[in-house]
Write a protein that binds this ligand. Structure first.
Ligand SMILES: Nc1ncnc2c1ncn2[C@@H]1O[C@H](COP(=O)(O)OP(=O)(O)OP(=O)(O)O)[C@@H](O)[C@H]1O
Length: 311
């Protein structure tokens, strides 16, 4: 990768005796949204806290836009925005006061604070609420304020930890759209448990399990991680199960209902063509045949080493 916005090298951390994460390595290319997946306790928060400079790693290095976070924390943090799972908002401040305070904390020059706050409020669609106390905003708008504080200093890289947690379906759609919008000119790392969210918003996925990276690739790669080994076939004049078992490559047959069969197959060859040929030869009147893809949940379960229920 030419100029990764984030580079993580041999990152390991232990709180007490056991390693929470061990030898994590990855790069994040600049631009777009990257999903960070993992089961509870997998090591996501530990990794994110280290990348944000909130937690000091036991071993390894983090580079933000080429700057070593451990050696030059202030310079590296200029390019990091963070929205933790519990937004760090002050309910008794109004939106504008709070964002001015955050901009000051992030070393925005005094003369530039008002314009930075105005820009962040406009970007997050909260300008009309600038005088309202944060405690009087809905959950969705509080989350917008949380995102505004993460971008007020215009960082190149933003980490959002479960940003749609606890929101109603309309608010989820709005916050997702906002995340897409803010990712149009920066990189976003989005930690979430919701697979459909990753599918809807992310270009790449990193998955951590037991403190190690178990998957790094595009959403399509993730989707195709488990190669299909079943076909679903629908016949107008269904054959006997034994006749289907006689087709070369078919290893198991299960009747789903009157016309539909699930067919298991082995190996790399395309057995669907053989089923089509046999159907024509024997007059089974095949209406539909398709490979069955594993669900994202099944891929997640496989990567987390959890058992997958047989279909
Ligand atoms: N402050 C701490 N002290 C000791 N152990 C910790 C601490 N924080 C986390 N751990 C342990 O480190 C491991 C990784 O935890 P971490 O919180 O990073 O996982 P996670 O993937 O973010 O989980 P979740 O999705 O539940 O937040 C777990 O075994 C956890 O119990």
């Amino acid at each position: 990768m030419k100029n990764p916005i984030v580079r993580v090298e041999h990152l390991s951390h232990r709180y007490t005796v056991q390693w929470a994460i061990e030898d994590i390595n990855f790069e994040i290319e600049a631009g777009g949204i990257v999903g960070l997946l993992g089961s509870n306790g997998a090591g996501k928060s530990t990794t994110m806290n280290i990348i944000c400079g909130v937690l000091n790693q036991t071993r390894g290095e983090v580079f933000i836009d080429g700057v070593n976070l451990r050696e030059h924390p202030v310079e590296a943090k200029r390019n990091i925005g963070f929205l933790p799972q519990k937004p760090p908002i002050y309910p008794d401040l109004n939106v504008e006061e709070y964002l001015r305070f955050c901009a000051d904390l992030r070393f925005v020059a005094k003369k530039d604070i008002q314009s930075a706050v105005n820009r962040a409020m406009a970007r997050c669609g909260i300008t009309h609420f600038k005088d309202r106390l944060i405690r009087n905003l809905s959950g969705g708008y509080q989350q917008r304020v949380g995102i505004a504080q993460a971008i007020v200093h215009d960082p190149k890289f933003v980490i959002l930890d479960e940003p749609t947690n606890g929101l109603d379906p309309n608010q989820i759609v709005e916050v997702r759209n906002l995340i897409r919008e803010i990712a149009s000119d920066r990189t976003v790392l989005l930690s979430t448990h919701i697979l459909s969210e990753v599918q809807a918003t992310c270009r790449d996925i990193k998955m951590i399990e037991c403190g190690r990276v178990v998957f790094s690739g595009t959403v399509d790669d993730f989707d195709n991680y488990i190669k299909p080994n079943t076909l679903l076939a629908c016949f107008e004049r269904p054959p006997l199960e034994d006749e289907l078992l006689a087709v070369e490559g078919i290893t198991k047959v299960k009747k789903v209902n009157e016309k539909n069969y699930r067919l298991w197959f082995d190996g790399g060859r395309d057995v669907s063509k053989d089923v089509v040929k046999c159907s024509v030869k024997n007059g089974w009147e095949l209406e539909e045949i398709r490979f069955e893809k594993s669900s994202l949940d099944a891929v997640f379960a496989k990567l987390s080493n959890k058992e997958i229920r047989e279909l």
